[in-house]
Ligand binder design. Structure first.
Ligand SMILES: [Zn+2]
Length: 217
C-alpha cells in the first residue's frame, strides 16, 4: 500500500484532497526527514513534500504507512509548489485558447521553434480579431497601432520590439527559435493577453457587481 494522505492541491485547487505517495528519498546525513513525491488523486499532478519523521528514522518504508500522517508520526515541513501558476489567462477568445494551449504544450516538450511560431500566431490572430485592417501590416506595426489607439501601454509596445515577435530582422527570419526566445515570447504573450482580454473583463465584472449592490442594474 502506498502512503495516502490529504492535502490542498495547488494545481486543481481542491481542498483536502487525497494524495498518493509515489517515490521517496532521504537526505544524506539527516535521519529524521525525508522527501516524498506524491500525486493528487483528482488531477494526478505531482507535489513534493518534506516530512519530519517523529516516530521513525529515514529508512522508514512509506508503503507500510496506514492511517493519517499524524498516526504515522509524519509532519509536513514544506511542500512544493505552494501555488501553481495558471498558464491560461482568463476570458480570451476561443480561437486564441486553442493556439495558446498548443504553444504551451510545445514549450513543455522543448519544441522551441513550434512554440515560438505558435505564440507569434496567437498575437497575429488576436490583432486581426481586434482590427481586420491589420491583416496586411507586419506584427510590429500592429502593436504600434494598438499602443497609439490606447489599447496597449508604451511598456508593452517596447517589450514587443525587444523579443522575436516579428520577422523584421530579415537576416534571422528563418533561424529556428531558441529556448530563450520561445520563453520570452511566452511571457510577452501572457502579459499581452491579460492586458487586452483578462483585465478589461475583470473591471467590467467588478463594475457590474458594484452596480448590482448599488441597485443600479
Ligand atoms: Zn489536484
Amino acid at each position: 500500500m502506498a502512503l495516502e494522505f490529504s492535502h490542498d492541491c495547488p494545481y486543481c485547487k481542491t481542498n483536502s484532497i487525497g494524495f498518493t505517495g509515489r517515490y521517496n528519498w532521504t537526505i544524506p546525513g539527516v535521519g529524521n526527514q525525508k522527501f516524498i513525491l506524491a500525486t493528487c488523486n483528482g488531477c494526478h499532478a505531482g507535489v513534493i513534500f518534506l516530512f519530519r519523521l517523529n516516530n521513525h528514522t529515514s529508512d522508514y518504508d512509506f508503503s507500510k504507512a496506514n492511517g493519517n500522517l499524524a498516526s504515522n508520526g509524519l509532519q509536513t515541513m514544506h511542500s512544493w509548489p505552494q501555488t501553481a501558476h495558471n498558464d491560461i489567462p482568463e476570458d480570451i477568445p476561443v480561437q486564441l485558447l486553442g493556439l495558446l494551449t498548443q504553444a504551451i504544450k510545445c514549450l513543455r516538450q522543448g519544441a522551441w521553434d513550434a512554440a515560438g511560431m505558435t505564440f507569434r500566431k496567437v498575437i497575429d490572430v488576436s490583432t486581426k480579431l481586434l482590427d481586420s485592417s491589420f491583416s496586411k501590416k507586419p506584427l510590429a506595426y500592429r502593436i504600434d497601432d494598438l499602443e497609439k489607439s490606447g489599447k496597449l501601454t508604451a511598456d508593452i509596445k517596447s517589450w514587443a520590439h525587444e523579443i522575436r515577435l516579428d520577422g523584421n530582422d530579415a537576416a534571422h527570419e528563418d533561424d529556428p527559435f531558441t529556448r530563450e526566445q520561445a520563453e520570452a515570447l511566452h511571457s510577452f504573450v501572457d502579459a499581452y493577453l491579460r492586458y487586452i482580454y483578462t483585465l478589461p473583463k475583470m473591471v467590467e465584472r467588478s463594475r457590474e457587481t458594484r452596480d448590482l449592490a448599488n441597485g443600479k442594474a
